[in-house]
Design a protein around this ligand. Structure first.
Ligand code: PHE
Length: 445
């Protein structure tokens, strides 16, 4: 008999852990921006459709695979599919490992900006140029960036080291509610600023004509990334779900939390940005350059700046935990390491792999074919390995592991999953075809 596998301690704890993985930087710095750009409420409607049809189906498939096999991603695919299917597990492992190496670097920036909020950021970032220069100087400061990267990896490893229910679940049970409290605090400040309505107008007013095919592709890519799919995470988290849990309900809760945070984040950001007459951008530019300027113009801006960067840090941290757990589970299940050893080895290796990413943004190492190392790592995982993984997982569940998936989802027929046939055909045709389209369109370097 093998040793008993760790499990989540409670339903809520597991849902918050999975939602913690899903809610990340993408929800806060990317979703609101693409919504504003591609048609406001019209875009949100399309996004919801994508998330409900493809996102939920793929998440259900991943949970089912993990819970049935009760192994890490590689072990699960080896056990249920065998042969070449094992590669799908490896792809997940690869994504978790590589994504964390640069995600931890960015999480480190958010930590630095939490501290900077209290130590002069507000008096320095008073214009776009000044704020841009400050950010540029920070990311090229090697000792600082590496210190924060190391700190994040130490903290994340500390949580994962403590185990599934004792570390990951406990941490997410505290961090996710805190994230919601901070988010509401920021929304209230933002929408009550004079001139906030211009931001609401930009963000939400439905503009069907802006929902272009480019916008639709952005929605599909975002939905996929935002739910942390196709990188082994939900297989691994699924492997700790107790047998009596009904998987479709859990999927629904995780998706509702992830989508609400994404939509709410826009209400915290745009009213404030527009109230001060600033052009919004996306990604690191929006968060580390534009928003500090906005905060510097608010009364008591340091409080809101601190709150915002804490929000980002919490979002990034719970995602980073899930990424590390993919590698650690591999070490435990495949390499037969103890959780403690596996965490130290994987955490250490990922820290090392993050060093070139950390250095690349400040221009300290040569670019690879015109891209920073960090962008290359991001590109290879998000635009290549993840879409392929998504296609293979849905095909696996839809065509090859059909009976197994059905038995796992319906608890061997004891429960009725009303949408089973719909789910099956989404896995068989709709999801693989749609993902293949984003894959091919997204391949521009
Ligand atoms: N889902 C996270 C987000 O929206 C990103 C993420 C990607 C998290 C990969 C974990 C793994 O930002």
């Amino acid at each position: 008999m093998s040793e008993k596998r760790e499990q989540w301690g409670s339903r809520l704890g597991f849902i918050l852990a999975a939602a913690g993985s899903a809610v990340g930087l993408g929800n806060i710095w990317r979703f609101p921006y693409i919504t504003g750009k591609y048609g406001g409420a019209a875009f949100v409607f399309f996004y919801l459709l994508v998330v409900i049809v493809i996102g939920m189906s793929l998440m259900l498939a991943e949970f089912a695979i993990g819970r049935s096999a009760r192994q890490d991603a590689v072990g699960s695919m080896k056990k249920l599919g065998g042969g070449a299917w094992t590669i799908v597990g490896w792809m997940g492992f690869f994504c978790g490992f590589v994504i964390l190496s640069y995600y931890a670097v960015i999480a480190g920036w958010t930590m630095a900006y939490m501290i900077k909020s209290l130590t002069g950021l507000m008096s320095q970032a008073t214009s776009g140029d000044a704020s841009g220069a400050l950010f540029g100087a920070f990311v090229s400061n090697v000792p600082q960036v590496l210190t924060y990267h190391a700190l994040v990896m130490i903290l994340v490893s500390g949580v994962v080291y403590l185990g599934v229910s004792g570390g990951i679940e406990k941490c997410c049970k505290f961090m996710m509610p805190s994230l919601f409290v901070i988010l509401f605090f920021l929304i209230i400040r933002s929408v009550t600023l004079p001139g906030a309505s211009a931001g609401l107008e930009f963000y939400m007013s439905p503009k069907l004509e802006n929902l272009t095919s480019e916008g639709m592709l952005a929605a599909i890519g975002q939905g996929f990334f935002s739910l942390s799919l196709a990188m082994g995470i939900m297989i691994v988290y699924g492997s700790y779900i107790p047998k009596e849990e009904y998987l479709p309900t859990s999927v629904r809760s995780v998706v509702i939390i992830d989508t609400s945070v994404a939509i709410l984040a826009g209400f915290a950001i745009f009213p404030a940005v527009f109230a001060f007459g600033i052009e919004p951008g996306a990604g690191p530019g929006l968060t580390f350059v534009t928003l500090p300027v906005v905060f510097s113009k608010m009364p008591m801006g340091f409080i809101f700046s601190l709150a915002f960067f804490t929000l980002l840090f919490l979002a990034a941290f719970t995602s980073a935990i899930s990424l590390l757990e993919v590698s650690v589970a591999y070490g435990i299940d495949q390499l037969k390491l103890s959780r403690k050893h596996s965490t130290m080895v994987m955490g250490g290796l990922i820290f090392l792999l993050g060093i070139p990413s950390a250095l690349s943004v400040g221009g300290h190492i040569p670019q690879i074919a015109g891209k920073d190392f960090l962008d290359v790592a991001d590109y290879v995982t998000n635009n290549v390995v993840m879409p392929l993984g998504g296609i293979l997982i849905t095909l696996f569940a839809g065509w090859f592991w059909t009976d197994g998936a059905k038995a796992e989802i319906t608890d061997n027929g004891a429960r009725v999953f009303l949408l089973y046939t719909v789910w099956l055909w989404i896995c068989r045709v709709v999801a693989p075809v749609t993902i293949a389209i984003i894959f091919i369109t997204g391949l521009k370097w």
